[in-house]
Design a protein around this ligand. Structure first.
Ligand SMILES: Nc1ncnc2c1ncn2[C@@H]1O[C@H](COP(=O)(O)OP(=O)(O)OP(=O)(O)O)[C@@H](O)[C@H]1O
Length: 598
């Protein structure tokens, strides 16, 4: 017995009796011994738990094939090759040496048994799984006595797409014959497993991954993707939601999986946050292989009727031409300012008339007022596609200033491909030109699939502007602002009574600020001075009930409005899309006073 081995054995004895790690024990081993003690592992015995009836997954079958092909190279070496899943349960064991096989049987290092660290203490399988690093455990470094006769080298394998731990490849031999190559060899087999999984990654998983990454690029909130074997979630999901909320969210996604058309779901999460999930199926041909969910979170504090969260309120910023103080509005401003500052291309998304264009113009005027400002409206492209394209090409050629492409979703189909190619070419050049900023605005309800997949990805990020009805605080600020700016005689503008202001703040404003502005204009046409009272409001503004909607109701109303928009106002189709009966949607349209006219 070598000097080093003896020393280690003494250190192990000392630890077992005193609980203190002393001597030349590797740190990874010392820490693992401590965890083993805390887990209550008996150092005298090996008693792994047994999980009967383990089903073999596709991945496990694949690993089995890799091991069989490598086994030839091992020849008659007295080494056993073992694969355990991510929980440490032994799935495969290959061993050609009968004596070694017998010894492994004695310690139940066999399929079905769990070699997790908390089950059998420090060992190559469990410790590699826990530390997620290739780990060699030799002789007395093992926590339990019966394992001391072995050397085990464990190397973790990860799924090449989801990054999830698939399991650990372990090579075990007698402690006396081990050498440093054991771990190197285990690592190369683990890598081979990863390569085989990658080669076999199906078209379905690649499709789902592509759709998921595309959604993440423009996500301002959590994004989840679910396939038959994988769940993916972006960093925002981890950051914004705790474990209980995440679990509830994933559970709710199950209600959409397999559906062939987009759907909107609402989930009440344990923390009180309400989540709106927009599902889009991922398909290969006609087969749905999974789906991607974009999630919008409505925390209780920022919702209609909720209490204001004073502590986390962002500081208001004033921009020329627009007003607002709500946290949602200020956050959107900050994000767009940041994109201007960093010279990155941004898509501003919002319902019609919500102020996407005004926000871009406000940021331009605040930051670079003297510079060139050009607007190209995609709604005008159909009349003269070539002229519009040339104007875009010329504009993108400019060295500085701001370009706003409005109503992106209205781009005619024949321009999608050429515009996409042009944007890809220009984006690289523009990013290196400080003072050059490109913005696009779009409306979620218009939904142009080709624009979504080919044009939006040319931009670096998306900022979402919440509908005005989700920002009642802004309605109260925007009304006096509009009264001032629409007034013919500055300083003598109309005032508004608080009763009238309250009534207008409760109106849903489906066409947002543009509609509010038109309503005020209408009132001003007949009333030129004094104070706007309740009696001065047009009848459609008086129809709204006294009560504010609850957060869930507000989301439901939005989902219905959107479904109606998506289906050209067809109530039966919208009901089907939302999984409601026809009678229910009629009742709700009446109840929420949804105006299905444009
Ligand atoms: N926060 C705001 N404060 C004051 N006025 C606003 C605000 N947001 C929008 N407006 C006004 O509302 C009207 C509509 O705004 P804007 O044209 O920016 O909307 P949009 O989102 O680009 O709409 P669309 O996509 O329908 O063209 C404009 O008259 C604008 O000045």
């Amino acid at each position: 017995m070598g000097h080093r081995t003896q020393e280690l054995e003494l250190a192990r004895d000392h630890f077992i009796t005193s609980g203190v790690v002393a001597g030349t024990v590797r740190e990874v081993v010392g820490q693992s011994w401590q965890r083993s003690t805390q887990a209550g592992v008996n150092p005298e015995l090996v008693e792994p738990s047994y999980a009967a009836g383990l089903g073999e997954s596709e991945t496990h079958l694949l690993v089995g094939q890799v091991l069989a092909s490598v086994a030839d190279q091992l020849g008659d070496e007295p080494v056993s090759m073992i694969f355990a899943d991510q929980f440490g349960r032994v799935i495969h064991r290959l061993c050609t040496d009968p004596a070694l096989g017998k010894r492994l049987e004695k310690v139940s290092l066999a399929p079905g048994f769990t070699y997790a660290e908390e089950s059998v203490g420090t060992n190559g399988i469990g410790t590699a799984l826990l530390t997620r690093t290739p780990t060699l455990i030799v002789g007395s470094e093992h926590f339990t006595e019966p394992l001391m006769m072995f050397a085990c080298a464990g190397a973790p394998s990860h799924h090449p797409i989801s990054g999830a731990l698939v399991g650990v490849l372990d090579l075990t031999c007698a402690a006396g014959v081990s050498n440093g190559l054991l771990l190197t060899y285990a690592r190369s087999i683990a890598e081979r497993i990863e390569a085989e999984i990658l080669a076999k990654v199906s078209v379905s998983e690649m499709t789902l991954l592509r759709d998921y990454l595309a959604a993440c690029r423009h996500a301002t909130g959590p994004v989840l993707a679910l396939g038959a074997e994988v769940v993916m979630m972006n960093r925002l999901t981890q950051q914004r939601l705790d474990a209980a909320d995440r679990t509830a969210l994933v559970a709710r996604t199950g209600d959409a999986i397999g559906e062939h058309s987009p759907l909107t779901l609402v989930a009440d999460l344990p923390s009180g946050t309400v989540a709106r999930l927009d599902y889009r199926p991922s398909s290969v041909g006609a087969r749905v292989v999974g789906g991607v969910f974009r999630v919008q979170l409505h925390e209780p504090s920022t919702m209609v009727g909720g209490k204001a969260a004073a502590a986390s309120r962002p500081v208001p910023v004033n921009l020329p031409g627009v007003a607002g103080t709500s946290p949602e509005w200020v956050r959107a401003i900050m994000q767009v300012l940041e994109s201007h500052r960093t010279n990155t291309w941004v898509v501003i998304e919002g319902e019609p008339g919500v102020g996407t264009f005004s926000l871009a113009r406000g940021v331009h005027l605040a930051q670079t007022p003297g510079r060139h400002f050009r607007v190209l409206d995609a709604a005008a492209a159909a009349a003269d596609p070539e002229g519009w394209f040339d104007a875009l090409a010329e504009e993108l050629d400019a060295e500085e200033g701001t370009l706003v492409i409005r109503h992106l979703d209205l781009l005619p189909a024949q321009l999608v491909e050429p515009v996409s190619t042009l944007l890809v070419q220009e984006s690289g050049r523009s990013h290196s030109a400080p003072g050059r900023w490109v913005v696009a605005t779009r409306t979620p309800s218009v939904r142009n699939e080709a624009v979504e997949t080919q044009i939006v990805p040319c931009f670096d990020r998306t900022v979402v502007l919440e509908p005005l009805r989700h920002r009642p605080e802004d309605i109260r600020v925007v009304i006096p602002y509009l009264l001032r700016s629409l007034s013919a005689s500055p300083g003598r503008e109309l005032q508004i009574s608080s009763a009238a202001l309250n009534q207008l703040a409760r109106h849903p404003w489906p066409r947002n600020v543009a509609q509010l502005r038109d309503t005020l204009r209408k009132i001003m046409a007949t009333k030129r001075s004094g104070t706007i009272e309740l009696a001065d409001l047009p009848p459609e503004c008086m129809a709204v009930g006294r009560r504010s909607l609850t957060p869930l109701e507000a989301l439901e109303r939005d989902a219905i409005t959107r479904a109606l928009d998506d289906h050209g106002g067809n109530k039966a189709l919208a009901a089907r899309h939302l999984g409601m009966s026809r009678a229910t949607i009629y009742r709700k349209i009446r109840g929420y006073m949804i105006d299905s006219r444009p």
